[in-house]
Design a protein around this ligand. Structure first.
Ligand code: HEM
Length: 439
């Protein structure tokens, strides 16, 4: 553990007024005001919490917290709310339990497993492509709610990633899509929590059936059921497995959906980006849904998704809690401190990024990336708690954009910049509507 410096140790600057920082619009506005005023490490006294908040917007300090001394930082403020939905799934758990679960879950995200899931992703996209073609019918163009469409697709994919074709059985039994409220319900309040809980019995039934079946499945639930703890040889209990399944749905659905929505928004907005996507598709020679080996032929589409994640990272603010006293640079971080890291503000820190409000996918060419501190860009976080689904999410987006951009053209309906809603995830406040036409 790093010991605090005795001499020249400093308390970070900050406002005299006290605030409770949260994932909400008020804190979003407050951070915007504080960073230019106080710099890249700020102490904010707390109104109601026992500990002060430390806002950190410097890549070297962030590297210390997420990587070098990560063991001193557990999940922090805000995760209690998530716990209501996810029990003790790996996005909220800590310490030895987290390590054990992460080890058991990791094989589901291996390259070979993801490669095996590509056929499913292609199929979901081809079905959506047919739906969009049907929506257009014989019209030259029509309006499409791209927020809804992206959410619908991302949900379908994450459920099939977990349960493969059992999803169809689940839908038959439930009579309708029991997860539809995740797409349709714009409020995330107690009602959602209750609906979520009612899903648990359905999911438990599926999980229990998997423990005894002789049928071969190639999906995440089968990996989770077969996983054994390295030390004890124990399998996950039903409750542990259920928590991890819920975690995957919540962590993998909205984040991917929001990103896909922004990607289409930017492609629709900038003709040169649309043209560069088309040029890349022609160069690649891909026809139809891109396969696993095609992904490397679509570097520009990947850069477009990376730049969308820079501009609007869905996980715009996340937290840690210091276990023991520590220091970053010359600044003292006391035990119990609430740490706040904001990918949104980090990605717009003008010390590290130029023209921060400009959408420029070229920032993510290998040459430009080499010149930047790695911890300037954190849409998927970093270190041992980095997003486990980052590779899959990127592949999912490349396949979707790669296919749909061959078939359809998108344009903005107006020049209004979408308003943001900064809750647990940051997203557009209102659905993004685009004009869709056949290419
Ligand atoms: C564009 C899409 C995505 C974004 C922007 C994203 C972002 C993130 C971020 C920032 C974290 C770290 C949070 C923290 O440390 O407090 C995280 C963790 C996680 N994500 Fe993602 N994620 C995405 C897609 C996915 C997908 C598709 C899955 C699964 C199917 C997934 C599963 C997880 C899990 C399980 C964790 C917790 C990892 C751990 O703590 O060990 N994510 N994600």
């Amino acid at each position: 553990m790093t010991k605090p410096l005795q001499d020249n140790i400093k308390t970070p600057p900050g406002p005299t007024e006290a605030y409770d920082i949260n994932t909400n619009d008020d804190s979003f506005a407050l951070l915007k005001q504080l960073y230019p005023q106080y710099g890249d490490i700020i102490r904010v006294k707390s109104k109601t919490r026992r500990s002060d908040s430390y806002l950190i917007n410097n890549p070297e300090y962030i590297k210390h917290i997420l990587l070098k001394n990560y063991q001193n930082y557990k999940k922090g403020v805000g995760f209690e709310r998530v716990k209501m939905l996810l029990g003790n799934g790996i996005i909220v758990s800590d310490g030895e339990f987290w390590r054990k679960q992460r080890r058991m879950i990791q094989p589901a995200f291996s390259k070979s497993m993801i490669a095996a899931q590509v056929a499913m992703v292609q199929k979901c996209n081809l079905q959506q492509m047919d739906r969009w073609a049907a929506l257009l019918g014989s019209q030259d163009s029509t309006e499409i709610d791209i927020s809804y469409e992206a959410s619908d697709l991302a949900l379908d994919i994450v459920l099939r990633l977990l349960f493969s074709d059992d999803v169809d059985t689940l839908l038959e039994q439930a009579g309708e899509n029991p997860f539809a409220f995740l797409t349709e319900d714009p409020t995330r309040d107690m009602k959602v929590v209750l609906k979520y809980r009612s899903l648990m019995s359905l999911l438990l039934e599926l999980i229990r059936a998997r423990r005894t079946t002789t049928k071969k499945y190639n999906d995440f639930v089968s990996v989770f059921v077969d996983a054994r703890d390295k030390e004890t040889g124990d399998a996950m209990t039903d409750k542990e497995l259920l928590d991890e399944v819920m975690t995957m749905i919540v962590a993998g659905h909205e984040t991917s959906a929001i990103t896909l929505t922004w990607v289409w928004y930017f492609i629709a907005k900038y003709g040169d980006v649309d043209k560069a996507v088309q040029d890349e598709l022609i160069r690649s020679g891909i026809s139809g849904a891109p396969g696993f080996n095609d992904l490397e032929k679509l570097p520009y589409i990947k850069q477009v998704t990376e730049e969308a994640l820079r501009m609007y990272p869905p996980v715009w603010l996340f937290t840690r809690k210091a276990i023991e006293d520590d220091h970053v640079g010359d600044y003292f971080i006391p035990a119990g401190a609430d740490i706040f890291l904001s990918p949104y503000y980090l990605h717009r820190n003008t010390d590290y990024w130029d023209d921060v409000d400009e959408f420029r996918p070229q920032r993510f060419t290998a040459e430009e990336e080499k010149q930047r501190h790695k911890f300037c860009y954190l849409p998927f976080s970093a270190g041992p708690r980095r997003c486990i689904g980052d590779f899959f999410a990127t592949a999912e987006m490349q396949i979707h954009i790669g296919l749909m951009a061959q078939e359809f053209r998108f344009e903005l309906l107006d020049d209004k910049i979408p308003e943001l809603e900064t809750s647990i995830n940051m997203r557009a406040k209102h659905p993004i509507m685009l004009k869709i036409s056949k290419r």
